[in-house]
Ligand binder design. Structure first.
Ligand code: UFG
Length: 330
């Protein structure tokens, strides 16, 4: 394995950040997790040091970069609940936009000019056409998506003004867990479909509420593009390799190109457990677009990235152990 540099992973104790630390470590990098531990878990930091700090604190970012000789940043630290962002917009602007400012100020002070950003398909809002290409207009419909769009713009403006080069990775729906069982998804509160559906299936949570059955989709439920967190983690390593090789800034979707409805998830879980899933059908949840599916061609063209573990059966198989009664999910 060739020696590669240390990199700062903000939000390295969180769901996608911790899985990416593992992938970075396995690819020869030293991931330095930088996390304020408000939602992250210290025990998920297993592949390099943990620095407790807040990305809004530029001095702390600079100090961490310099102390570890980090040559790039992967920026995951953010609030990431769409519904919460509607109720608490200022918290999202403070944390996500303020965090991007602090991070870039810290990077500038430390002379670090390579950044990989955790962006989102929520920046597109309700797309005019599907699948969603990167040149689709970005008109977010909630504060969360808007803060991620501001982060992208801040990177583009800073790149135009300085030597910064960045990769903005627009995730679709992250799901699954590390196949070895070392890391999983532990949100509190949990709001995502697959964890809640698995908890309902294993009796560790209430019946699944299906948010709307009257969408203009084939079976009336929302369609999303679910991507395995291990595939996402691998894409980050490819984006980092690209930037450190001198590659140009880019914005790419990370998804499979396959739409999966809520009812399809329910059927897949029933096939896995052999039991009917307890379900209650309710009204739509505010702010949910009917269908979000990526065109994944750019990530393949620019980074050589294709998903390989993101079929729904594999996602459910890897996520399932975290929601069974024997293991504490938090
Ligand atoms: N859903 C239910 N019942 C639930 C939870 C979700 O029916 O209890 C439905 C939602 O209505 C939606 C789908 O399942 O149609 C997926 O919902 P999630 O909450 O799992 O994910 P979202 O698509 O709302 O949000 C995710 C990420 C966000 C990101 C967004 C982009 O959590 O960070 O994708 O669309 F911004």
């Amino acid at each position: 394995m060739t020696t590669k540099p240390a990199v700062l992973v903000t939000g390295g104790a969180g769901f996608i950040g911790s899985h990416t630390c593992k992938a970075l470590f396995e690819n020869g990098y030293t991931p330095v997790a930088f996390d304020n531990l408000t939602t992250g878990h210290a025990d998920a930091v297993r592949y390099g040091p943990l620095v407790k700090g807040d990305v809004r604190d530029a001095d702390a970012v600079q100090a961490a970069l310099q102390a570890h000789g980090a040559q790039a940043v992967l920026h995951f630290a953010a609030r990431a609940y769409v519904g919460e962002s509607v109720r608490m917009p200022l918290a999202y602007h403070d944390n996500n936009v303020g965090g991007m400012i602090g991070l870039l100020q810290g990077c500038a002070a430390a002379g670090v000019e390579r950044v990989v950003l955790s962006s989102s398909c929520a920046t597109y809002g309700v797309p005019a056409t599907l699948p969603i290409r990167e040149d689709c207009p970005q008109n977010p419909i909630n504060p969360y998506g808007y803060t991620k769009l501001v982060c992208e713009r801040m990177l583009a403006e800073q790149a135009a003004a300085t030597g910064l080069r960045y990769a903005a990775l627009r995730y679709f729906n992250a799901a699954g867990a590390d196949p070895s069982g070392a890391l999983g998804e532990r949100h509190d509160p949990e709001t995502h479909l697959i964890p809640l559906a698995l908890q309902a299936a294993f009796g560790t949570g209430p019946a699944l509420s299906v948010f709307g059955t009257d969408y203009p989709t084939e079976d009336g439920t929302c369609i999303r593009d679910y991507i395995h967190v291990a595939d996402l983690a691998r894409a980050h390593v490819l984006a980092l390799d690209h930037l450190l090789r001198g590659g140009a800034s880019l914005c790419v979707n990370l998804g499979t190109g396959q739409g999966v409805s809520v009812r399809m998830i329910i059927r897949a879980i029933e096939a896995m457990t052999g039991q009917p899933l307890p379900v209650v059908y309710g009204p739509r949840r505010a702010g949910d677009p009917p269908s979000l599916v990526a065109d994944p061609a750019q990530a393949h063209a620019l980074l050589g990235f294709r998903t390989s573990q993101s079929d729904i059966t594999t996602i459910l198989r890897d996520a399932a152990p975290w929601f069974r009664p024997v293991r504490q999910a938090g």
